[in-house]
Design a protein around this ligand. Structure first.
Ligand SMILES: Cc1cc2nc3c(=O)[nH]c(=O)nc-3n(C[C@H](O)[C@H](O)[C@H](O)COP(=O)(O)O)c2cc1C
Length: 187
C-alpha cells in the first residue's frame, strides 16, 4: 500500500474474526517496531506476545475485574462500570494476538520511544491487511506486579502499549478527524 494511503487506511478495529496471526507475521511486526526512533538511540523497549482468542478473552476478564476492584484509583473510568461488569464484553474484541510494548528502565524518553514502536506495529499490521487496537484498558492489569511476575517480565519494566491484532471482521467505519489546530506559523 502506498504510504500516505496507509496512514489514511489504518483505523482502530474493534471486531476480529479470530483467525490466528501467523508467527512469522508477528515477528515481522516486531522487526518493524524496533525501526522506530528513540531518544539517544537507547531503544528502551521489550515486547511480550500473547496468542489465542481464549487467552485474550481471559486477559480481558482479568483486566475488567482488576479495574472494577480498583475503580477508586481510576475516577475517569467510573463511566465504564457497567461495561466492565458485563461478562459478554471482550476488551480484546475477539482478536487472536496481542503485542505488549514494555518500556525498560534507563531510557531517555521511554514513553515516546515505545509509543512510536507501537505505531510502527499498527501501521505495519494495516499494511498486511490486519487490524489493530491499542487497548489501554489492559495496561493496568498487565502492569500489575503479579501479572508481570507470571509472564516473567522484570518488575521495573512498564507497560506502555497493549496492542491487539487480528483479521478484521467486516468493514471499519471511517473516523472523522479534526483539521490541524495551528497555533503559530511564524515566518
Ligand atoms: C493510548 C490509547 C489507548 C486506547 N485505549 C483503547 C481501549 O482501551 N479500547 C479501545 O477500544 N480503543 C482504545 N484506543 C483507540 C482509540 O479509541 C482510537 O485510536 C480513537 O478512537 C481514534 O480512532 P482511530 O485509531 O481509528 O483513528 C486507544 C488509543 C490510544 C492511543
Amino acid at each position: 500500500m502506498e504510504f500516505l494511503e496507509l496512514l489514511q487506511a489504518r483505523r482502530t478495529v474493534r471486531k476480529y474474526d479470530g483467525t490466528p496471526v501467523p508467527r512469522a507475521v508477528l515477528e515481522a511486526l516486531l522487526a518493524t517496531a524496533v525501526q522506530a526512533p528513540t531518544g539517544m538511540n537507547l531503544q528502551p523497549w521489550a515486547f511480550g506476545v500473547i496468542e489465542g482468542v481464549e487467552a485474550l478473552k481471559a486477559l480481558s476478564d482479568r483486566a475488567k475485574a482488576f479495574l472494577l476492584e480498583n475503580l477508586d484509583n481510576f475516577p475517569l473510568f467510573e463511566r465504564y462500570r457497567g461495561m466492565l461488569a458485563n461478562p459478554d464484553v471482550n476488551l480484546c474484541y475477539n482478536a487472536s494476538a496481542c503485542i505488549v510494548v514494555y518500556a525498560k528502565p534507563g531510557g531517555a524518553t521511554p514513553e515516546a520511544d515505545c509509543t512510536m514502536a507501537a505505531y510502527n506495529i499498527m501501521l505495519a499490521a494495516a499494511n498486511q491487511g490486519l487490524g489493530s487496537c491499542w487497548v489501554g484498558f489492559l495496561t493496568f492489569t498487565l502492569d500489575d506486579a503479579a501479572t508481570k511476575a507470571a509472564f516473567g517480565v522484570p518488575a521495573d519494566f512498564r507497560v506502555v502499549a497493549p496492542l491487539v491484532i487480528g483479521t478484521p471482521a467486516g468493514e471499519v467505519s471511517p473516523v472523522a478527524k479534526d483539521a490541524p489546530e495551528i497555533l503559530f506559523w511564524q515566518k
